[in-house]
Write a protein that binds this ligand. Sequence first.
Ligand SMILES: [Zn+2]
Length: 334
Amino acid sequence: MGAGPRRPCRVRRPGQAGTGSGGRVHTFAGGELDRAAHLRTDESRIRDLHDSPQSRYLAFRALDPLVSFDTTARLVWLPRAALDGLVDIGADALFLGLGRDGARFAVPVPDTVGPEELGPDESEFVGVREVAPLVEPQDASILALGRSLSIWHAEHGFCPRCGHATSIAEAGHARACSAESCGKSQFPRTDPVVIMLIHRGGRCLLGRSVRAVPYPPGLHSCLAGYVEPGESIEEAVRRETWEEAGLRVSEVRYHSSQPWPFPSTLMIGCFAEALGGEPRIDPAELECVRWFDREELRTAVERWEEADALRLPPPITIAHQLARAWLEDEEPAA
Ligand SMILES: [Zn+2]
């Protein structure tokens, strides 16, 4: 990040309110915008919303949103006039939904645009992962939607069927192939990932991935992996636990889920009890895996920022919240 405006150090604690399964709403969930999907195909209504004085735009530069740090961290919602000459609103704005006082759009801006050209003095383009714990929970959800949509558009410029160029359609919720003979539409995808806290006899299983870079000393997390085609959530939990740690599990219990906009996955949090035996790692997946008792985990949850023998991912992650839920005996009943 480097030098910049002084940031407030208040960090919101995720997972403490809401009505999701397990009583938790994770960071990046809990959005309050009305996504108003019926408007996306209504081109004249979307044009009217582009021009409406109530509409506001959130600028993303290289996937980083414009955030103000004047009193507290908050998203900078720009009027259309602020983007004149920088962005083709009609072609590039992504409709996020309807807020209490008007429509909300995400809009990519060129890498050459500085925050001082757009926002108030104390504003910056900041990484979503960094700013999510600082803003209101409903705004973190907007960041997730805006970032995932933005990267999807950036990476889907060509038709997967015929190779011709594609363009934004449905107010940013689809891309259409330019070849008349093809006409294929693509839609933003979300990839399901199971993430599971495996436990047995008052201990839980955490591992160190070989793929996460950089990986601070002591950091351990829940086992996790993509759901494969033709596979249920429960089957994915069983397969990944067997492949990564060599353990069979009994019943798989769903706890809660989290959108994770890096780039666009849905983390599906589960618990499962290991049937027995000791873990053996798949060295292609994990550097190590071992059992931790409740006291070790409690210390890690309370001192997650400190380098101890066990270090957990930060509170914005579902891995951290699953560990916390297990300590609080939140595992769903069979
Ligand atoms: Zn095509």
